[in-house]
Every structure is written in structure tokens, then in C-alpha cells.
Design a protein around this ligand. Structure first.
Ligand code: HEC
Ligand code: HEC
Length: 277
């Protein structure tokens, strides 16, 4: 466990630093823990979106659709929605009609159990499954820009809605597996997700505030990527940062971590397309 005092670790967090000795500074946000003085029965939700850990200028970029670069991916996805692809001569719209209606709230519940695939999958995998099995097209590689466009467009239809994790038995098992991974120390630096995102959340690491790791903004535009990426890309950045072997895109471990993060964020509003540093 990491103590309350500052701890120095050797890190290369994928922030452009090959490696550097970094010091965790004390909390910048005093109010990251639930109000101890709250009266009996009063529940204070201490959860904060990564949005709240950003500089005001980055927050504006997210809030203003005319400036938010991620809107380009949403527009790209909108165009692809009605484009015929694959051997079956169908577009997404052929089956799902208007995304505004048919995709409303869908992103809020993923990862979810697929009765077709008999396993828990994330939203990108569901879209790719439709592309391959229903359109008869060659599936995209996960994180392919075209797939991110479609995912961004689908997620956009749930903006402002509340995260609503699936609760069937198979998804719950994945959430539990994700929780053990979250709490497990890993990598050469021997830190768990929890060490940083629970115990050190709100502190500064190499000039970045450590957020609480809520997945409410994905897919999102990351300034460091100069592009839109999915949640699993973000998780791989953190794994590389602690010098752990990153799980493959779409692997059971990645989906389990995603499922747990979504459960942990239950009831928080969806922000996609968000912006992050
Ligand atoms: C050494 C500390 C550290 C560890 C360990 C770590 N992360 Fe992170 N993580 C960060 C930092 C710092 C950021 C924000 C970087 C930035 O500002 O761009 C971040 C960002 C995130 C985000 C993005 C949140 C948002 O608002 O978009 C998620 C999700 C996340 N981490 C999940 C994880 C998971 C899951 C693990 C374990 C597999 C993990 N992290 C391990 C430091 C860590
Ligand atoms: C031939 C009809 C058909 C086409 C074409 C099709 N889908 Fe689907 N889609 C379905 C069916 C049926 C389901 C029900 C769940 C399942 O078994 O996959 C579904 C489920 C989904 C879901 C999950 C909905 C939920 O509530 O969980 C998403 C997201 C989705 N499709 C996106 C797309 C996208 C994006 C495209 C175009 C790339 C597309 N679909 C093309 C028939 C289609």
C-alpha cells in the first residue's frame, strides 16, 4: 500500500517521458472524500469525472461542440451509419433506422452479454459483430478509425444519460473479475489501478492530476493522441505506464476491467465525445 506521505517511484507513464523519477504531490482537490460531517442517511457522492480534473481551457474544448475535435469522429460515424457495406448490401440504418431513436441509451449499458457470441463484449465489439455477421463485411481491427467513428456516433446518442451497467449473471462475473484486476498490483512498478485511482486520486503525477478513472467519456479525444481513442487504448497507456504487459484489445481481461469501471461509475452521466489531456 502507498502511504499518505509522498512516494517517489520510477515511472514512464507514456507522457513522452522515457522514464523519470516522479513524486506524488499532495491532493489538489481537498474534497475528494465524502463529507464526513454529512448527517445520518445523507449520502455524498464523492465520484468525479475526469472532466473535473482538467484545466478550464480543456473543459471548454469538451463543452463546445464547435471546438471539440471529437465531433469530427461523430460526423464520420454518422456518414458511415447509412453507408451500404459488405456482401449483404446493408447499412446500419437498414436494420437500426434512425440512430437517434434506436441507439439512445445503448452505450450506457456496455460491456454487455451478447447472446449471439455467448460472452461479454464491449460496444466496439458489438458494432464489429454486426458489421461482420449482419453486413457480411470484413470486420475492422479494434480501435480502427472507422470503427471509432461508428462507436463515437452510437455513444453520442447517449450523451447526458446515466451509466447503467448490465446486471445479468455473466456480466456481473466479468465485473467481479475486473474488480480483482483493478485491485491487483502489477508491472515492474508494482502498483495497482486502485493505488493510483483510489488512494492517490486528486494528486499530481508528472504535472497531471490523477483522475478517479471513470469511463464516462469514451470514446474521447485525447490531446496526447491527437485523435479519438477507446477506453481500452487508455487502459493500455496506464498498463504501459506501470511497465506491465498490456492486455490485448478485446481480450477477456480488458473487457472485464471495462465492465468493472462501468459498474463503479453507475449513475454517472455519459460525456462522450469527451476531451482529455
Ligand atoms: C501510476 C499511477 C496509475 C496507475 C497505476 C494506473 N493509472 Fe490510470 N491514469 C493515471 C493518470 C495520471 C491518468 C491521467 C493521465 C492524463 O491526465 O492524461 C490516468 C487515466 C486513467 C483513465 C482515464 C480517465 C478519464 O477521465 O478519461 C482510466 C479509465 C484509467 N486511468 C484506468 C486505469 C486502470 C484500469 C488501471 C489499472 C490497469 C490504471 N488506470 C492504472 C495513472 C495511473
Ligand atoms: C441485418 C441487420 C443488422 C445490420 C445491418 C446491423 N445490425 Fe446492429 N444489430 C442487429 C440485431 C438483430 C441486433 C441485436 C443484438 C445481437 O444479437 O447482436 C443488433 C445489435 C446492435 C447493437 C447493440 C444494441 C443493444 O441494445 O445492445 C449495436 C450497438 C448495433 N447493433 C450497431 C450496429 C451498427 C453500428 C451497424 C452498422 C455498422 C449495425 N448494427 C448493423 C441487426 C443489424
Amino acid at each position: 500500500m502507498i502511504g499518505k506521505s509522498t512516494k517517489t517511484v520510477l515511472l514512464g507513464l507514456g507522457l513522452g517521458l522515457a522514464s523519470a523519477v516522479l513524486t506524488f504531490a499532495p491532493p489538489a482537490h481537498a474534497a475528494t472524500t465524502a463529507g464526513a460531517g454529512a448527517g445520518a442517511g445523507a449520502m455524498v457522492d464523492a465520484r468525479k469525472s475526469g472532466y473535473e480534473f482538467m484545466l478550464p481551457a480543456t473543459q471548454v474544448l469538451q463543452r463546445d461542440d464547435s471546438q471539440n475535435p471529437a465531433m469530427l469522429w461523430v460526423k464520420d460515424g454518422a456518414a458511415r451509419w447509412s453507408q451500404i457495406e459488405g456482401a449483404n448490401g446493408k447499412s446500419c440504418a437498414s436494420c437500426h433506422a434512425h440512430a437517434k431513436a434506436s441507439m439512445k441509451g445503448v452505450a450506457a449499458k456496455y460491456p454487455a452479454y451478447s447472446s449471439s457470441l455467448k460472452r461479454v463484449i464491449n460496444l466496439q465489439q458489438q458494432i464489429n459483430f454486426c458489421r461482420a455477421a449482419r453486413q457480411g463485411a470484413v470486420p475492422f481491427a479494434l480501435e480502427n478509425p472507422a470503427l471509432l467513428g461508428l462507436e463515437s456516433y452510437v455513444a453520442f446518442q447517449s450523451r447526458g444519460m446515466l451509466t447503467a451497467p448490465s446486471s445479468d449473471a455473466v456480466t456481473v462475473a466479468a465485473q467481479n473479475k475486473g474488480q480483482s484486476l483493478f485491485n491487483q498490483r502489477m508491472g515492474q512498478i508494482d502498483l495497482s489501478c486502485k493505488d493510483c485511482h483510489v488512494d492517490l486520486a486528486g494528486r499530481s503525477l508528472a504535472g497531471n492530476l490523477i483522475p478517479q478513472a471513470h469511463p464516462t467519456g469514451y470514446p474521447l479525444y485525447r490531446l496526447a493522441w491527437q485523435a479519438v481513442g477507446g477506453l481500452q487504448r487508455r487502459l493500455r497507456n496506464c498498463l504501459v505506464g506501470i511497465r506491465a504487459e498490456p492486455y490485448a484489445f478485446g481480450s477477456e481481461e480488458m473487457v472485464a476491467l471495462e465492465a468493472y469501471l462501468v459498474k463503479r461509475a453507475a449513475g454517472m452521466p455519459l460525456e462522450s465525445p469527451a476531451v482529455r489531456p
